[in-house]
Design a protein around this ligand. Structure first.
Ligand code: UGA
Length: 362
């Protein structure tokens, strides 16, 4: 596989290129490589500045069309980021969530197995399931997954994602890598309800919205759950470490991967991508975001409304459930790719909140 960064003949497919991660990845591919991009999505609002780029071709479509899937699989590297991944939708739209997170990726995997493309499939840290507060590091290849009952529709997403991973791993002839993101944050994450989306976004956008509107931050079940928030820029760096190692496996990469174990095994692997040093409880996240927001606005934090505790099922609807802790082991990415996320949580939050205020105050 020829994936040298300066090779103009390479076209990579980014499925879900208009989303939060996809839009950051697209920018990085255009800035760091000479590759062409075939970008597929249903929504391009984050890509306004790229729509006429000479190295991009965009298609407004989803993976329901066999012609679109076949066209994507003609690219030697396919990154699939397309997914419904907002917890508030896992309850009321379980079937749609399963179609988006299992049926479509499985079809794309079939096409990549046939064409010989390298499929980099975005899964989720949620495949580790209903982790308890006292659970420790989550290891890609040894931690068991325990899910809530079928009546807890929250797990529709995780079970679909896990089945997609199993399908990909079992497909003969497919060259694949699975990425499990641990709460990526940054500019352009999710939406502001009532402005460019409806419903409840993930916690960063939800807290940012409340701060901007002068409303209390809602702590679901007291905000005791913990997450390791990870900069989307670190996530993009991980992907480049992966691309270079993948190319070097076939003996074609430049010296860029020289620090990495030669012939690192990056195919047929799942990788956690997270930042264990950034672990906070959601109540701690609220306190940090209130403080940073007060600093950005030049106001006293005591002038902001106090956070409010809400019950999960009341807030999200029947069937809501939660993982109490999600702590990634990042040893494998370090060992095989020489990658470790480096951006501290306060830096990520300040960047995200500054962007949010500027973007939505207009
Ligand atoms: C979600 C997705 O389901 C995962 O697949 C995805 O990988 C993950 O986001 C991610 O961004 O990586 P989750 O971490 O539960 O999972 O997403 P959030 O909705 O951001 O919730 C995080 C925690 O904050 C949960 O405990 C939730 O109950 C809490 N929360 C959320 C609040 O306390 N208040 C809110 O306003 C929103």
């Amino acid at each position: 596989m020829n994936l040298q960064l300066n090779d103009r003949s390479v076209t990579v497919a980014i499925v879900g290129c208009g989303g939060f991660i996809g839009s950051h990845l697209l920018d990085a591919v255009l800035e760091r490589t000479r590759w062409r991009v075939f970008g597929v999505d249903l929504d391009f609002y984050r890509l306004q500045h790229r729509l006429n780029h000479e190295r991009c071709e965009f298609l407004c479509a989803d993976l329901a069309s066999p012609e679109v899937v076949a066209r994507i699989a003609r690219c030697p590297l396919v990154i699939n980021l397309a997914a419904i991944c907002t917890p508030s939708r896992y309850m009321g739209e379980a079937c749609e969530v399963i179609r988006s997170n299992y049926d479509h990726p499985a079809t794309l995997a079939d096409a990549c197995a046939k064409s010989g493309s390298w499929l980099v499939h975005f899964s989720t840290s949620e495949i580790y399931g209903k982790t308890a507060a006292e659970s420790g590091e989550l290891f890609e290849d040894s931690t068991p997954a325990v899910f809530g009952p079928v009546t807890s529709s929250r797990w529709s997403y995780a079970t679909a994602k896990l089945l997609a991973e199993r399908y990909i791993a079992g497909l003969p002839g497919l060259r694949w890598t699975v990425v499990r993101p641990f709460n990526f944050i940054g500019p352009y994450m999710d939406f502001m309800p009532g402005v460019d989306g409806e419903g409840i976004p993930r916690v960063l956008a939800n807290f940012s919205t409340a701060l901007l509107r002068g409303e209390p931050l809602k702590l679901v079940n007291g905000g005791k759950a913990k997450r390791c928030f990870t900069s989307v820029h670190d996530a993009v760096d991980f992907l480049f470490a992966l691309f270079m190692a993948g190319a070097s496996e076939s003996g074609t990469a430049s010296g860029a991967a020289s620090e990495v174990e030669r012939n690192a095994e990056v195919f047929s692997q799942a990788f956690n991508v997270g930042n264990p040093e950034n672990e906070v409880s959601i109540a701690e996240l609220a306190a940090k975001m209130r403080q940073i927001y007060a600093e950005i606005r030049g106001v006293d934090v005591a002038s902001l409304p106090d956070p409010q505790v809400v019950a999960g099922e009341e807030y999200y609807g029947a069937g809501y459930d939660d993982s109490m802790r999600r702590m990634p082991s990042v040893e494998k990415a370090q060992r095989l790719l020489g990658f470790r996320a480096a951006t501290p949580i306060d830096v990520c939050l300040r960047e995200s909140l500054t962007w949010f205020v500027k973007h939505y105050s207009v």
